[in-house]
Design a protein around this ligand. Structure first.
Ligand SMILES: [Zn+2]
Length: 256
């Protein structure tokens, strides 16, 4: 029903991903897997661990939402990511931290809970090209999928997972679907301040604090109000589903 993008939080495909998820002796065999792992260079290439007709255990633990942003459990049915979506690991170290120094081109972005901002390693040009090729390959088999069915791991497990903050959704999806008109609904809302400004523009009250880059109680309440107003799951998490709804609400407002 969808495609879930992940990051490995490692430096390379061989040690950071394939040894863990792929092959007979994978160290997490029986606990975690993915359909594919995409390296950072053509030389690393793409590994397949599970065929796309089969399930891979890539997004099960602590999942709250399903592929379309609706609750993971509905009417007693559990729509786990592991049984409903294709899981793709991309080699990316994740965010700058102790022993991981950011470079100049790293991307400033907040996770779904909006509590902090990280500097994220950008995906490489060769990697983006491979992600597009892989997306087209999946599309050939599961032709009903659209660009709206792509999300990342933290969208399903908001507040628990951080992969893949800052993922280049617009570029990858425009490539997969050969459609340059797919709007970039993600990068306008990467930082806390951008999210606060968007909510203010939509008429939500952030009190005397305004867009101060600090996601406090007023910001949380405003986002929850927005989610309720749009009939979404109210969880205070800025997911891909929220980004799209906010983008469309802003567009509607500017057209009004
Ligand atoms: Zn993940």
């Amino acid at each position: 029903m969808g495609v879930t993008w992940h990051w490995t939080a490692g430096w390379d495909l061989e040690r950071g991903c394939s040894k863990v998820l792929g092959g007979a002796n994978a160290s997490r065999k029986g606990k975690a897997s993915a359909h594919f792992g995409v390296g950072r260079s053509f030389e690393e290439g793409i590994d397949r661990y599970v065929t796309i007709e089969n399930r891979s255990w890539h997004a099960g633990a602590n999942q709250t939402l399903r592929w379309d942003g609706k609750p993971c459990v509905m009417n007693g049915v559990r729509y786990s990511g592991a049984s409903t979506t294709i899981g793709i690991e991309t080699v990316n170290i994740g965010y700058a931290r102790k022993n991981v120094k950011a470079k100049e081109d790293w991307i400033l972005a907040a996770p779904a809970n909006g509590k902090v901002e990280y500097l994220i390693q950008p995906w490489t040009e060769e990697q983006i090209e491979m992600m597009i090729a892989l997306g087209k390959h999946i599309q050939e088999r599961w032709t009903h999928l659209t660009w709206e069915d792509h999300h990342d791991h933290q969208d399903l497990c908001a507040g628990y997972k951080t992969d893949s903050i800052g993922f280049p959704f617009a570029r990858v999806l425009r490539g997969i679907y050969n459609d340059p008109s797919i709007p970039d609904m993600w990068s306008p809302f990467l930082t806390i301040e951008q999210r606060q400004e968007a909510l203010i523009k939509l008429g939500y009250d952030l009190g005397k604090w305004g867009a101060d880059g600090d996601w406090g109680r007023a910001s949380d309440a405003a986002l929850r109000d927005f989610q309720v107003d749009k009939g979404m799951v109210e969880n205070g998490m800025w997911t891909t589903f929220v980004s799209k709804a906010v983008y469309r609400a802003l567009e509607k407002k500017s057209n009004a």
